[in-house]
Design a protein around this ligand. Structure first.
Ligand code: SAH
Length: 507
């Protein structure tokens, strides 16, 4: 019988980039991923296509599967020959019960690996500007369960020792017992002035911190209704937070930003949002594909067949260049057929896309709107010349009309079209309903109209109502106009029509 294998993986504290490379590899090769609440769901998108997901999420009051059942599940899956990745928040050995899971696997002769993770007990304080040790303050740190009472899940704590001999104490699972923890530590001699911090959902977008002292923190937590999951840090190092808090200073800290552009184009914006401290959520409402209309296909192919006859070829976007080349290749057309044409590339990115293919654009209008392109191009063109305009389905008539007025022979072709995409739509609607999205970015008019169309298709009757209170960021004036026409007030407008400038406008 084929035996599977189980990877017991530490997912890190939440920020999906805080996982080890080995842990990521285990996610990528798993047939089944068994995960719980504290392992970031954002990691799951790296699974291979078709991988099964099993949520065994533990909520403090409600265990979806008892630990024994989880242990058995891992054994069963492995014995079916599956590669199983068990994803656990933080490090699997730190109050992660990896020992129990591994023991049962060992009992059944199932091969397993333990892949450590970054534990919340150290990482979460660090994300709140609290290093758990510091030469000036403490030479020891203890990681302690705060869940001892009333369930007695773990063996009894030596409170006297903790109070007297340990520098920094980090409690996990302790929010509900905070009164008791503070009481015991003070009872055994820790000063009531000892600084305390609680950090909840550390390294997640929801990260929040509250500070006080042993004497007053429990009351503060009650008043603020500060809920688990949180780590509790007790010790002088907490004072360092005043100086060292860093993540809260990032411009998009705590903000979730919807990226609506096509997935193939989204990565630059996603990375910029991440660098600014925000969480990018991808909801590509656009998919790019070759023209589906047969007349448009024929027009494109006819133009490509007489590529050598054009005096000018105008490419208006990176996508335009990509689809243009794709079709050249499919049709077996040699790019040297356009050797006689001069090339205009709208915007530096388009010029770069040409440069990657060994072509230096003769003209690069800096302005992205058709009016600007026309102004740049008009003095270069001569009446009677033939121009190939390679655009997309939503392009406007302005440029071809003006060029024709100048006496050019204009051939206009669509090299690709935008279609509506709906991937992961339910999740996005739920996030919007829970006020979980703070900013929406639009990188073209069609992202705006498609978002509305996508939401309607997902059963949202009044998209505008759903988007109320969400800030809107637009890449350019045309996109902003479209947003306003649909009733969305525009909060951020990029200075230049680039993704970098759009991200800049958010900070
Ligand atoms: N194995 C995990 C800990 C599991 S015990 C680790 O190494 O991090 C679960 C407790 O961990 C929670 O009750 C909470 O105290 C803490 N915890 C885990 N992730 C956290 C996070 N992102 N922010 C705050 N506390 C967290």
């Amino acid at each position: 019988m084929v035996k599977g294998k189980v990877y017991l993986v530490g997912a890190g504290p939440g920020d999906p980039k805080l996982i080890t490379i080995r842990g990521m590899e285990a996610i990528q090769k798993a047939d089944v991923i068994v995960y719980d609440r504290l392992a970031s769901p954002r990691l799951l998108k790296h699974r291979k296509p078709g991988a099964e997901l099993i949520f065994v999420g533990k909520l403090p009051d409600k265990h979806m599967l008892r630990q024994e059942e989880i242990n058995q599940l891992l054994v069963d899956l492995a014995l079916q020959g599956k590669v199983v990745t068990r994803l656990k928040g933080g490090d699997p050995s730190v109050f992660g019960r990896v020992g129990e899971e591994a023991e049962l696997l060992a009992d059944h002769g199932v091969t397993f690996e333990i892949i450590p993770g970054i534990t919340s007990s150290i990482a979460v304080p660090a994300y709140a500007g609290i290093p758990v040790t510091h030469r000036d303050f403490t030479s020891s740190v203890a990681i302690v369960t705060g869940h001892e009472y009333p369930n007695k899940t773990y063996t009894a704590l030596n409170w006297e020792h903790l109070a007297k001999a340990v520098g920094t104490t980090v409690f996990l699972m302790g929010v509900a017992n905070l009164d008791h923890i503070c009481h015991e530590l003070m009872h055994w001699g820790k000063s009531p002035d000892t600084p305390v911090a609680l950090v909840r959902w550390g390294t997640w977008t929801e990260q929040a911190t509250i500070t006080g002292t042993l004497a007053d923190i429990a009351e503060k937590v009650r008043v603020a209704n500060f809920q688990s999951p949180a780590v509790i840090i007790v010790g002088e190092v907490v004072k360092l937070r005043e100086k060292l808090a860093w993540i809260e200073k990032k411009p998009l800290f705590g903000r979730r930003v919807l990226v609506t552009r096509a997935r193939s184009q989204a990565s630059e914006l996603v990375n910029l949002i991440d660098e600014l401290g925000g969480e990018a959520v991808e909801f590509p409402v656009i998919r790019l594909q070759p023209p589906s209309d047969s007349a448009a296909q024929q027009a494109l192919d006819a133009a490509l067949d007489k590529l050598h006859t054009f005096d000018w070829i105008v490419l208006t976007s990176v996508n335009g260049v990509e689809f243009f080349w794709r079709r050249l290749r499919e049709r077996g057309i040699d790019v040297r057929r356009m050797a006689n044409a001069r090339l205009a590339a709208v915007g530096p990115k388009t010029a770069e896309a040409l440069a990657e293919r060994g072509l230096i654009a003769d003209l690069v209008p800096a302005k992205f709107e058709a009016e600007g392109v026309y102004e740049a191009i008009r003095s270069e063109l001569m009446p009677g010349q033939s121009v190939l305009l390679a655009t997309a389905d939503r392009a406007r008539d302005y440029l071809p009309a003006k060029l024709r007025e100048l006496g050019m022979a204009v051939t206009e072709v669509d090299v690709y079209e935008n279609v509506l995409a709906l991937e992961d739509g339910e999740e996005i609607v739920a996030l919007l309903q829970n006020q979980g999205i703070h900013i929406i970015t639009f990188t073209s008019s069609s992202t705006v109209t498609n978002l509305f169309a996508a939401l309607r298709q997902l059963g949202v009757e009044d998209p505008l109502h759903l988007l109320q209170g969400v800030e809107i960021a637009c890449i350019g004036p045309k996109t902003a106009d479209t947003a306003r026409q649909l009733g969305l007030p525009v909060t951020y407008l990029a200075k230049e029509a680039t993704v970098a400038s759009l991200a800049d406008s958010l900070s």
